[in-house]
Design a binder for this molecule. Sequence first.
Ligand SMILES: O=C(O)CCC(=O)C(=O)O
Length: 195
Amino acid sequence: MHQKQNELDLLPENPSSPQGFAYREDALSASEEARLVERIRELPLKEFEFHGFTARRRNISFGWQYDFSRSRLDETGDIPPWLLPLRETAAAFAGLAPDQLPHVLILEYSAGAAIGWHRDKHVFGDVIGISLVAPCRFRLRRKAGSKWERASLTVEPRSAYLLRGSSRTEWEHSIPAVDALRYSITFRSLSAAAE
Ligand SMILES: O=C(O)CCC(=O)C(=O)O
């Protein structure tokens, strides 16, 4: 695995790249992806609810779960054994030990589902996102005076990205409506704020 490390494909008008962002294609094999998808399809995914609003995404968390209605992190069920090899891959990509990633969020985007501009909650540290089944556009933006600096790339199935440093703390990210069903598996470390 880990054969290819791609540069961030910046939009032409943006000369700077989000510091701390990394991207790797082929972070896992097609057979690993197929096994993960089989497992995900057996999970009791729930519609994502945010302050009473239901998005067109379904999700499940393991290890820790962020409760948006109470703005707090709660312990939840253990990370299942079948996700542990992927956690090792994610940790190796980010230069971390696997147990530094005690939280995982699985998201299902049906065709047409998106995720709006946001930064992940400050209780989390590094973010490693693995994409399955279909590609999506992954966009980043940061306020620069009265304008936005922007960057984006196509995140391929079986790839991994890392948000760390200012790409994590200063830049927001979003995914526009996907064309086809996509899953993401996001591992996060906890920040000092959570400990
Ligand atoms: O699906 C993804 O890769 C992004 C997920 C995301 O931005 C989030 O869970 O906050």
